[in-house]
Design a protein around this ligand. Structure first.
Ligand code: MLT
Ligand code: MN
Ligand code: ZN
Length: 299
């Protein structure tokens, strides 16, 4: 399968329109920017699957087109994705759905029932789309394998109980990760953009993957409060920070020697985005890669 990062930044993007942190100003000065969190996977039969639909999806599709990802332009206005998989109901991972309303065919969306309900009530994108292109929904259930094409299957796994801010509920599994397996090449990608903690099961899953895309949102737990630009800690937002004794990097040390490890969903305040920063050097010296828009490789 072919794997591509469409957007490596967390919600808000890099730079974020109203932010003047060091990272955002560096992005403006250098012109090196990142769009919001999304990846895509292509199976051997040529079909692409979009994983998370960011508010930047329109630009991301045009960049894919310019890069030659879509080999035919059929005369109609259908969607260049055979399906869209959602890992949660967060605004940065779902808002792109409404931008795809011009599709001539219903959007083929895979998500948990919890996400479906959130997008039908709290943030009613599915309901709104009914009178546009409509939605054809298929379930993703933690612990179950879903076939996407003859050669690609996806296994969902529970990752986080953090509800989107617009929803009240706290008990449900709100965020899932996806292990995507190409059964012809026998290779697996595990995509985990919202990791609150890493237990033994998750560690095993990572180690058994050929490649992992993992939550690189924050460097420290108090990143936003310490910059005076937010009250919530990384952990309160459901994101395990990278640094510190219990941070994700300490656990990725052994994992990154076993599989290709790429950080994604990186917040604009995270110093790993600053070229040559000590934090960036720490990450790279461990063999962990910092994801960027357009990064494409075969597995
Ligand atoms: C997250 O990743 O935690 C959310 O997208 C944050 C948000 O509400 O923007
Ligand atoms: Mn997010
Ligand atoms: Zn910023």
């Amino acid at each position: 399968m072919l794997i591509r990062i469409l957007g490596a930044a967390a919600g808000g993007g890099y730079p974020q329109w109203n932010c003047h942190c060091h990272g955002c100003e560096t992005a403006r000065d250098s012109g090196v920017t990142l769009t919001q969190s999304s990846i895509a996977v292509q199976s051997a039969d040529g079909s692409w699957f979009l994983i998370n639909a960011s508010p930047d999806v329109r630009q991301q599709i045009e960049v894919m087109r310019a890069a030659g990802c879509f080999n035919s332009h059929s005369g109609n206005r259908s969607l260049p994705f055979a399906g869209i998989l959602l890992t949660d109901a967060e605004i940065d991972h779902t808002t792109g759905l409404i931008l795809l309303r011009e599709s001539t065919a219903p959007l083929n969306i895979y998500s948990t029932t919890t996400v479906k309900q959130a997008l039908t009530s709290g943030y009613p994108l599915f309901s709104t789309l009914k009178n546009y292109c409509d939605v054809k929904w298929s379930p993703l259930t933690p612990g179950e394998v879903t076939k996407l094409t003859t050669d690609i299957e996806v296994e969902a796994f529970a990752l986080s109980n953090k509800a989107p801010k617009y929803m009240e509920s706290k008990e449900a599994v709100w965020g899932i990760g996806l292990t995507i397996r190409d059964i012809i090449t026998n290779s697996t990608l595990t995509y985990a953009p919202g990791v609150g903690s890493i237990n033994i099961d998750l560690q095993k899953r990572f180690e058994n993957s050929n490649c992992i895309f993992i939550d690189g949102t924050f460097w420290t737990d108090d990143e936003l409060p310490s910059l005076g630009i937010g009250a919530r800690t990384a952990q309160a937002m459901g994101h395990l920070p990278l640094s510190g004794d219990n941070g994700s990097l300490s656990q990725l040390k052994s994992i990154s020697t076993l599989c290709k490890t790429i950080l994604i969903h990186i917040n604009n305040t995270n110093p790993i985005l600053i070229p040559h920063s000590p934090e960036r050097q720490t990450v790279e010296s461990m063999g962990v890669e910092v994801g960027y828009d357009g990064l494409t490789f075969k597995l």
